[in-house]
Design a protein around this ligand. Structure first.
Ligand code: COA
Length: 280
């Protein structure tokens, strides 16, 4: 299992101690710290490659997305701030036309991340703005450091979010709060982001990696098959109406009774043993 490596996107595979097989969590770092990890074409292309790899690699059970920490400043220069991702690379908008942007923003890397069948966690330390907030919102769960800042500043560029935030923010925050963020372009802090449901957990920066990894490792101990079914069934809550969604759940639930992991899980509970999943 060789994870894809790129200058702008690195992948570290972290073994899950609680599993005695080769289960890993993939820690994916967007690596353009001098540009606050802004998403340029190289980053989005590397993200797509990473998604294909993580989907096809059985041992990868959970993916954590993060941004590189700032480098030591050059002599006489000020330090760059901490950033998860400060948005799409604005320099790539210069002179761009409708056709180019349509191609770039259709079937994009953020959508690929959103459509992953495996659990994903965003680990946010610093600015999560524009496309950066959209990367975070395309993950299933969000952990943020208390110094993080969130916003959709596209309005200040004469734009609206283009990687799905007009839709995903509505389901996370509700219509009114999402519109307020998009209309004003103002940033909010981590505590406010937590209060309105934009992030699941806020922790101190020095605890962020440990806390995000703890949750990723816990998730990684579950049956990968059941996790996949959970994610696709819960996605129905966003894509379908209530009645269809409940019918989808009933079907998915019943189908699990035809899987080895359901038998293993129930037997393990009754025998007071740890389940040894077959992931089938
Ligand atoms: N695209 C391209 N470059 C970006 C960027 C982006 N979205 N965000 C930051 N950068 C670059 C800056 O141009 C600067 O590059 P330089 O040092 O080569 O000049 C570097 O990252 C550091 O950013 P800087 O603006 O100097 O940091 P700051 O601490 O003064 O301000 C922000 C931080 C996040 C407030 C500011 O960078 C910002 O507003 N970024 C754009 C956010 C945005 O509008 N995102 C949505 C894009 S659709």
């Amino acid at each position: 299992m060789t994870p894809p490596q790129d200058d702008v996107l690195t992948v570290e595979t972290i073994p899950v101690d609680a599993c005695d097989d080769n289960t890993v969590v993939a820690l994916v770092t967007i690596n353009r710290p001098n540009k606050l990890n802004a998403l340029n074409a190289d980053v989005t292309s590397a993200m797509k490659t990473m998604v294909e790899w993580a989907e096809s690699e059985d041992s990868v059970r959970c993916i954590i997305m993060t941004g590189a920490q700032p480098l030591k400043p050059e002599e006489g220069k000020r330090a760059k701030p901490h950033a998860f991702v400060a948005g799409a690379d604005i320099t790539e908008f210069l002179g761009a036309g409708v056709e180019e942007i349509t191609i770039k923003f259709t079937d994009n890397a953020i959508e690929a991340l959103w459509n992953m069948s495996k659990p994903t966690i965003a680990m946010i330390d610093g600015f999560a703005l524009g496309g950066g907030l959209e990367v975070a919102c395309s993950c299933d769960i969000r952990f943020a450091s208390s110094r993080s800042k969130f916003g959709t500043p596209e309005i200040n560029l004469g734009l609206i979010p283009g990687y799905g935030a007009t839709q995903r923010l509505v389901s996370l925050l509700g219509y009114g709060k999402a519109l307020e963020m998009v209309y004003t372009g103002e940033m909010i802090g981590a505590e406010e982001a937590h209060r309105i449901g934009l992030v699941n957990h806020v922790v101190e920066a020095d605890e962020l990696k440990q806390k995000a990894l703890e949750m990723a490792c816990l998730i990684a101990t579950k049956s990968s098959h059941t996790l996949r079914v959970a994610k696709s069934t819960m996605r129905s809550a966003l894509d379908e109406g209530l009645t269809e969604g409940i019918a989808t759940e009933a079907k998915a639930f019943a189908k699990l009774f035809d899987t080895e992991d359901q038998e293993i899980g129930v037997q393990a509970f009754l025998n007071r043993e740890k389940a040894q999943w077959k992931h089938k």
